[in-house]
Ligand binder design. Structure first.
Ligand SMILES: [Zn+2]
Length: 470
């Protein structure tokens, strides 16, 4: 029976029905960064997803965003039994700007076009293609179940689809906090972002956090002639460079204790053992002597913190003049793992600099997105990995967290759910750029493995061990 469900998924893909569904969705110009996108965002939910979900037995409600004027959110529920486990699924219907004139492949952003293994179109990877795979997998699982007694899925499903992810998910946290009961579930299973490599089915359990902050040193009004004043006036560019060097050394090692992560947990280190990062076509060469000494490249990007200079300005780099500049400013950027407390980052950086004699440097309040990571030993992780392995015959890659960032704290912290992400894209998918595409063989495999996962959830159903549902 499981085999039959996977075969149905493959037939669905091979018939072209999946690509046809995705084509309709890609054609709706849901560019949330465009202030005029409101009607398109509404249409994506109301005219596209609600009918598709209704066909699978979901009851949908479209809610206005609690933070006007941002786009609406969709909650759809398919309830079978109070005794069955409930899976919350998430996707985002908005896309990054089309950048219509810059496409060199396919037929531009708003109509899908296949070229070899690649299906081009805006949102094919991020995120319309990914939630379309999960919707299609649910449909194929239901179709396979319809020949069993009762024809049930064996678990309850809720969908949450937002339309503002590409503008930082405005209102998502507020919405989830206000709709905790409506969104209550046993686990989040969602798809976004890339696999580690195209041919490696991947599961990740959270994401690193981000903290951006500025360092500014204003020493006086205006620049002063260096012949008359050099040697007499402190140079803010030189001072700020040394201040930054006290935070992170010339090899990228973080020197300020408060911004360093706790030791890497043994099960995180074990999950990352042997994983190669980069090496794909077009990838830059990984620097062997950069970052925390003693860590593998995979540990550096998935299990450690990084502190980087994004931009640095003193004087006018485009038109330098022989003068002592008045000020210097640097934009600093930190990616951090779970266990790093950034709640007092501003005070801690200011105290570190003051203790080293760098008086007068202003530290801005950081803009923060939280870090999350489900314990790799959580039973939902084992369940998902085992299911994917039995569908694909491949041992999936387990990333304790993504190197990048997602609003996963909304699910992990506000809704209190174990979070299991199964990405269906790959690192070179050009998401956020022209020529965004989905790899057709990856999509086909993903549709089958998600069908297998839903099948296994249904088999376990009410009998899922209590510990899995706790
Ligand atoms: Zn995106």
């Amino acid at each position: 029976m499981r085999e039959a469900a996977l075969a149905l998924a493959n037939e669905h893909f091979d018939s072209g029905a999946f690509v046809a569904d995705l084509a309709r969705r890609v054609a709706i110009r849901t560019e949330s960064q465009d202030a005029a996108s409101g009607p398109a965002l509404q249409a994506y939910l109301a005219d596209e997803l609600v009918p598709s979900l209704a066909g699978l037995g979901f009851v949908s409600t479209i809610h206005p965003n609690p933070v006007p004027p941002y786009g609406p959110l969709l909650v759809a529920t398919r309830h079978e039994s109070d005794d069955a486990p409930t899976v919350l699924m998430y996707g985002h219907g908005d896309v990054i700007r089309g950048q219509d004139k810059s496409w060199t492949r396919g037929s531009g952003p708003w109509s899908v076009a296949a070229d070899g293994d690649k299906l081009y179109g805006r949102g094919t990877a991020d995120n319309k293609g990914q939630h379309s795979i999960n919707l299609a997998a649910l449909a194929q699982t239901l179709a396979a179940r319809s020949s069993t007694p009762g024809g049930k899925l064996g678990f309850n499903v809720k969908w949450l689809v937002e339309t503002g992810e590409e503008t930082g998910s405005p209102g998502l946290a507020e919405f989830c906090a206000a709709h905790r009961d409506e969104l209550a579930a046993d686990v989040l299973i969602a798809s976004d972002g890339p696999r580690l490599h195209a041919d490696a089915p991947t599961v990740f359990l959270g994401s690193r956090g981000v903290a951006n902050f500025d360092l500014t040193l204003n020493l006086r009004e205006g620049a002063h002639h260096s012949g008359n004043w050099g040697g007499l006036l402190r140079n803010p560019g030189t001072v700020l460079a040394h201040a930054i060097a006290s935070l992170v050394d010339a090899r990228g090692r973080i020197l300020i204790e408060a911004l360093r992560p706790p030791p890497i947990p043994a099960n995180v280190r074990a999950a990352l053992a042997g994983l190669a990062v980069g090496g794909g076509p077009g990838d830059p060469e990984v620097d062997a002597d950069w970052g925390e000494p003693g860590l593998t490249p995979a540990e550096r990007v998935f299990a450690w913190n990084t502190l980087d200079v994004l931009a640095y300005r003193t004087g006018n780099p485009d038109f330098p003049v022989n003068a002592i500049p008045a000020s210097a400013k640097a934009n600093l950027h930190m990616r951090f793992v779970v266990g790093t407390d950034v709640s007092r980052l501003r005070e801690q950086v200011a105290a570190h600099l003051a203790a080293r004699g760098f008086a007068g440097i202003e530290v801005s309040l950081p803009v923060v997105m939280a870090a999350t990571r489900l314990d790799p030993d959580n039973p939902w992780v084992r369940f998902t990995l085992a299911s994917i392995e039995s569908s694909t015959g491949q041992k999936p890659v387990l990333l304790p967290n993504l190197g990048g960032s997602l609003p996963n704290d909304v699910f992990a912290d506000i809704l209190g759910l174990p979070t299991v992400w199964v990405p269906h894209s790959y690192p070179a998918c050009q998401q956020h750029a022209p020529d965004e595409h989905l790899l057709l063989p990856v999509a086909r495999q993903a549709l089958a493995l998600m069908t297998g996962l839903f099948w296994d959830l249904g088999e376990a159903g009410a009998g899922l061990p209590r510990r899995l549902r706790a």
